[in-house]
Design a protein around this ligand. Structure first.
Ligand SMILES: Nc1ncnc2c1ncn2[C@@H]1O[C@H](COP(=O)(O)OP(=O)(O)O)[C@@H](O)[C@H]1O
Ligand SMILES: [Mg+2]
Length: 263
């Protein structure tokens, strides 16, 4: 259960986009909200007040580039803290209980490679398993189990560099699953993958028992979710069944096709 209670996120007008936000567009954000924003002067609101209660097993988040999807996703594990309002995950506040929230909420990025730190899949997953406090004698078995759950057991000892993009994303996912999160937030986990791997990773996310919040540009994947949020200009502008939300997003984007300005 994820709750956002009147959450907004503002950044100083002079803030430059951190390297951790690939594809972000600070200049256009300033142009968009700098003057129109009703927050205190000197602030740019990148997420306008948002109240949500996410209880569904799978929630997809769709929206244009720069609309605020990553900001929303990062709020859920405390990578971004609300400027105003509260985010709670299973009752824990991301501000007050950040460490506990991060233990509970796994996060997967688009760029799997950036998440892999060890030379082989086995060692990479072992590192995550060690962090969970699994008893030493049970660790090897647990590593095997996690690698098996994403279909990488046969590649456990190859060099991470020898893995394909799709296999790297599976390994990044395995590293997160090894920490036994209750919630998984995936920020465009399939954006860099080809169709085969996109479909494979999406299907795997669909089979997990954890609650999954999946930020994606893949509307076919969004249609498989229980609930779909559409983010636009830092607001959730549609929230409902996959069919209604995806249709609303298509309509919204149709009004912008042919324009090269950021809206
Ligand atoms: N730390 C930051 N400082 C300044 N602007 C930011 C920051 N983080 C995000 N933004 C801006 O907020 C907007 C939404 O960003 P983001 O949540 O990354 O969108 P999306 O993931 O949908 O592409 C973008 O225009 C981005 O430039
Ligand atoms: Mg993003």
């Amino acid at each position: 259960m994820i709750e956002l209670d009147a959450v907004s996120v503002a950044v100083p007008a002079s803030a430059s986009t951190p390297a951790a936000s690939p594809g972000a567009e600070p200049a256009s954000a300033r142009r968009r909200w700098g003057r129109a924003d009703h927050g205190p002067p000197g602030e740019i609101t990148i997420l306008h007040p948002t109240t949500l209660s996410l209880t569904e097993r799978s929630v997809a988040v769709i929206g244009a580039n720069g609309s605020g999807k990553s900001t929303l996703a990062r709020l859920l594990n405390g990578l971004v803290l609300p400027t105003r309002g509260y985010v709670r995950v299973h009752g824990l506040d991301t501000h007050d209980d950040g460490r506990a929230v991060r233990r509970m909420v796994g996060f997967v990025f688009s760029d799997a490679e950036a998440q892999l730190v060890m030379p082989t899949p086995r060692e990479d997953v072992a590192l995550s398993v060690r962090r969970t406090g699994v008893e030493r004698s049970l660790r090897a078995e647990r590593v095997e189990e996690v690698l098996g759950s994403v279909g990488l057991a046969h590649l456990a000892d190859v060099s991470v560099h020898a893995l394909s993009g799709g296999q790297k994303q599976l390994l990044a996912l395995a590293g997160v699953l090894a920490t036994e999160p209750r919630v998984l937030v995936c920020d465009e986990p399939t954006t860099l993958l080809d169709l085969r791997w996109r479909t494979h990773v999406t299907a795997l996310l669909g089979r997990l028992e954890q609650q999954v919040v999946h930020v994606t540009h893949d509307l076919d994947a969004a249609l498989l979710a229980d609930r779909v949020l559409v983010v636009d200009h830092g607001r959730v502008v549609a929230d409902g069944t996959p069919e209604t939300s995806v249709a609303a997003y298509r309509d919204l984007m149709a009004t912008r096709v042919g324009t090269t300005d950021e809206p």
